[in-house]
Write a protein that binds this ligand. Structure first.
Ligand code: NAG
Length: 407
C-alpha cells in the first residue's frame, strides 16, 4: 500500500484516455469521412493556399511619393505652364491641376456694392439682415448703394467684388498633360525596399511611354485623359466643377517568391463621387491672389478663383513571408477542426438514425450504477492479485483502471 502522503502523487501521475465507441454504420461512416474531407479541403485550399496562413504579414508599409506634371495649355490666349496650373508646386502626393480660372484684376481695399442678386435692396433697411454675414465678398456696411446692376448692399473689402458666375471654358489641353509618379516603399518587417518602376527601364522608354494596364504596366507616366477615362469621368464636366481623383498604388507582395515580383498595381477612382450629384458643394475650387504695389504705395491684387482636379495618390501594401509559427498554429487548428466531423455525426446518431436509443445507451454509461458494482467488487470480493477497477475520487470523478497489484 502506498503511504498516505504519497496518495495524491500517484493520483496525479495517471493518464486518462477517452473510451471510443466504434459505430459500424455505412451512412454515418460516409458522413463522417465526407465532413472530414470538406474540412481538410477548406484548410488546404482556402486557409493555406488562398489566404496563405503559413505567412507572417506586414501591412505597415512606408511610402514616399513624388509627382511631376508636364504640359502646356491656354487660358484667355495665355499659355499656362506647370508653375501656373499646379498647386501646390512641390510635387507632393496630393496636388491640383487647375482647369478653370475666374480672374478678378486690380482689387483695391475700399467700399463698393456687392454683385449677387441676393444683395438687392431698396433701402438701408433691406441690408441690415446681411450684417455679420460671411457669404459675401466683404464686410456688409448696412447701406444700400447704386451699382451698374441696380441697387445693391455696400461692403468693405477688396473692390471691385468678384463676379464668379462668369461662363469660362475649362482648359481642355489638360487631357494631354502627363503625371509622372515616383513611389518608393519599404516593408520594415522584412526590410524590403521597392520602387514603382524597375531601375532597368531605359531612358528613352520612360520619356515616351504612357501607362496602360495591359501593355505598359511599368510605365510611371499617366496621361490625365486616361486617368479620367479609367474613373469614368470626362474633362468637359469635371473641368467645369473641379473634382477629386484618387490614384491608388497597391503593393501586394508574396516575398516567398522573387522580390522582383513585388510590383505595384494602379487603380483609379473618383474620390468625391458621393457629392457629385449634390446640390451644394459640387466639385472642388479654391481662391488665391497675387499682390502688387502701385506707385503711390497702396497694395492691389489679382484674385483667382480656381476650379481644379485634385489628385490624391494613395499607397497601400501588404507583404507576406513564410514563418514557422503561424504555420504550426494553423496546422494545429486544421487537425483540431477535423474532429468537428464527429459532432455532426453524434448529432445524427443520437437523434435521427434508427437505433439511436441503442447507441445512446452505449455512449453514455450510467455512472452511478457502475460505481455501485465496483464498490461491491472491492469490498466483498476483494481479490488483490488481479487488476481491479475502482473509483478514484481525486481525478475528476472518472472511472479509472488501476493496474497496480496492491490495493
Ligand atoms: C491632345 O493630343 C492629341 C494628339 O497629340 C491631339 O490630337 C489633341 O487635339 C490634343 N487635345 C487637346 C485638347 O489639345
Amino acid at each position: 500500500r502506498v503511504p498516505r502522503p504519497w496518495g495524491w502523487v500517484t493520483g496525479f501521475f495517471t493518464y486518462e484516455t477517452t473510451k471510443s465507441v466504434v459505430v459500424k454504420s455505412w451512412s454515418v461512416g460516409i458522413i463522417n469521412r465526407v465532413v472530414q474531407l470538406l474540412i481538410i479541403l477548406y484548410f488546404v485550399c482556402y486557409v493555406f493556399y488562398r489566404e496563405k496562413a503559413y505567412q507572417v504579414r506586414d501591412s505597415g508599409i512606408q511610402s514616399s511619393v513624388m509627382t511631376k506634371v508636364k504640359g502646356f495649355g491656354y487660358v484667355n490666349n495665355h499659355v499656362m505652364d506647370v508653375a501656373d496650373y499646379v498647386a501646390p508646386t512641390q510635387g507632393s502626393a496630393v496636388f491640383c491641376i487647375i482647369t478653370k480660372l475666374i480672374v478678378t484684376e486690380n482689387q483695391f481695399q475700399g467700399r463698393c456694392p456687392e454683385v449677387e442678386s441676393s444683395y438687392k435692396c431698396d433701402s438701408d433697411q433691406d441690408c441690415s439682415k446681411h450684417l455679420g454675414s460671411y457669404l459675401g465678398n466683404g464686410v456688409i456696411t448696412g447701406s444700400c448703394v447704386k451699382s451698374s446692376q441696380g441697387n445693391r448692399c455696400e461692403m468693405v473689402g477688396w473692390c471691385p467684388a468678384e463676379v464668379d458666375k462668369l461662363q469660362v471654358k475649362p482648359m481642355m489641353e489638360v487631357e494631354n498633360f502627363t503625371i509622372f509618379i515616383k513611389n518608393s516603399i519599404r516593408f520594415p518587417r522584412f526590410n524590403v525596399t521597392r520602387g514603382n518602376f524597375p531601375s532597368s527601364l531605359n531612358k528613352t522608354y520612360i520619356r515616351s511611354c504612357r501607362y496602360d494596364s495591359s501593355h505598359n504596366r511599368h510605365c510611371p507616366i499617366f496621361k490625365v485623359g486616361d486617368v479620367l477615362r479609367y474613373t469614368g469621368q470626362n474633362l468637359s464636366t469635371i473641368g467645369h466643377t473641379g473634382g477629386e481623383i484618387g490614384i491608388n498604388i497597391q503593393w501586394l507582395c508574396n516575398l516567398d517568391l522573387s522580390e522582383e515580383r513585388c510590383e505595384p498595381h494602379y487603380s483609379f477612382t473618383r474620390l468625391d463621387a458621393v457629392f457629385e450629384k449634390n446640390r451644394v458643394s459640387k466639385g472642388y475650387n479654391f481662391r488665391f491672389a497675387k499682390y502688387y504695389k502701385s506707385e503711390n504705395g497702396t497694395d492691389f491684387r489679382t484674385l483667382h478663383k480656381a476650379y481644379a482636379i485634385r489628385f490624391d495618390i494613395l499607397v497601400t501594401g501588404l507583404a507576406g513571408k513564410f514563418d514557422p509559427i503561424p504555420t504550426l498554429i494553423n496546422i494545429v487548428a486544421a487537425f483540431t477542426s477535423v474532429g468537428l466531423g464527429s459532432i455532426l455525426c453524434d448529432l445524427i446518431l443520437l437523434n435521427f438514425l434508427t437505433g439511436a436509443d441503442q447507441y445512446k445507451a452505449r455512449k453514455f454509461e450510467e455512472v452511478f450504477f457502475v460505481l455501485f458494482l465496483y464498490t461491491i467488487n472491492i469490498t466483498s470480493l476483494s481479490t488483490p492479485s488481479s487488476p481491479s477497477i475502482k473509483p478514484v475520487s481525486n481525478d475528476s470523478g472518472a472511472v479509472s483502471l488501476n493496474l497496480d497489484q496492491q490495493l
